[in-house]
Design a protein around this ligand. Structure first.
Ligand code: P6P
Length: 294
């Protein structure tokens, strides 16, 4: 028997065990982050299950459809948002929540407050569900560094002030990629166990990549520098091979591929989206935090 393979089967590094190991490096830690993360993991497991059923939604009237009683079911992104907000509030470890789905920030009632503030997009790319393209949840975590009444100022901070960030990609498999500031690690959901297992320890983005990822359909709206850069990808002047274009149109999938294979993913500001399309606080900042660690 291959003992290494056997060990992998019987000495599982779950995400909870991994974070507990990290926590043990900080004796003063009370385990608040571990508890917070366990509630984020619960949200990801729920969304993974709901997304997998979405394909059946049209048959059995699940999320985003009308069921046989004619009741309008919640759209999957709204359902996902409700689950994450409820999980984060019930963790008792958060004070401010900012979701891409909500107009206003959620300020947790004093009796349930904790020292973390979470910004998140509960289901990014949900328009891709019907065609089975990978979609995802993106989150970033700040700490509340005061005991006063929390305000939006507690989350309107640079991405590099986050203490953790990650995403969960719902695709052919469900993978949660997380950084707590010391490296980037990938955990794959084992549906038979209901556990996220460490499958991609210490992910490092390749120094050089042969893929560029951008929506070429926006080319007419790009500014000069963007146009010049993309031209260089397609028609390199230094004799190097042209880069390959890969663009899923689901940020989590495009970022995940870039993280593993290298290259560049860009959604530059342009004449159509002068401030860029991706939301800075709960899409760009968490992903930039991760990329800096990889
Ligand atoms: P476009 C999905 O709707 C999303 O917010 C991101 O996941 C994705 O990267 C981007 O929009 C795609 O935008 O304009 O290329 O369809």
């Amino acid at each position: 028997m291959d003992h290494a393979a056997d060990a992998h089967r019987t000495d599982l590094m779950t995400i909870t065990r991994f974070v507990l190991n990290e926590q043990s490096k900080y004796p003063e830690s009370r385990g608040d982050f571990t508890i917070l993360l366990s509630h984020i993991v619960l949200g990801c497991k729920f969304v993974c299950s709901a997304v997998n059923k979405a394909g059946l939604a049209k048959l059995i009237g699940l999320a985003g459809e009308t069921n046989i009683q004619g009741e309008e079911q919640k759209k999957l992104d709204v359902l996902s948002n409700d689950v994450f907000v409820n999980a984060l509030v019930s963790s008792g470890r958060t004070s401010v929540l900012v979701s891409e789905e909500d107009e206003e920030a959620t300020f947790v009632e004093p009796s349930k407050r904790g020292k973390y503030c979470v910004v998140f997009d509960p289901l990014d790319g949900s328009s891709n569900i019907d065609c089975g393209v990978s979609i995802g949840t993106i989150f970033g975590i700040y700490t509340l560094d005061h005991t006063d009444e929390p305000t939006t100022a507690d989350v309107l901070k640079p991405g590099n002030e986050m203490v953790a960030a990650g995403y969960c990609m719902y695709g052919s498999s469900c993978m949660l990629v997380l950084s707590t500031g010391t490296g980037v690690h990938g955990f794959t959901l084992d549906p038979s166990l209901g556990e996220f297992i460490l499958t991609h320890p210490d992910i490092k983005i390749p120094n050089k990549g042969n893929i560029y990822s951008v929506n070429e359909g926006n080319a007419q709206n790009w500014d000069g520098p963007t146009t010049k850069y993309v031209e260089k990808c397609k028609f390199p002047k230094d004799g190097s091979p042209a880069k390959s274009l890969r663009y899923v149109g689901s940020m989590v999938a495009d970022v995940h591929r870039t993280l593993l294979y290298g290259g560049i993913f860009l959604y530059p500001a342009d004449k159509k989206s002068p401030n860029g399309k991706l939301r800075v606080l709960y899409e760009v900042f968490p992903m930039s935090f991760l990329m800096e660690q990889a």
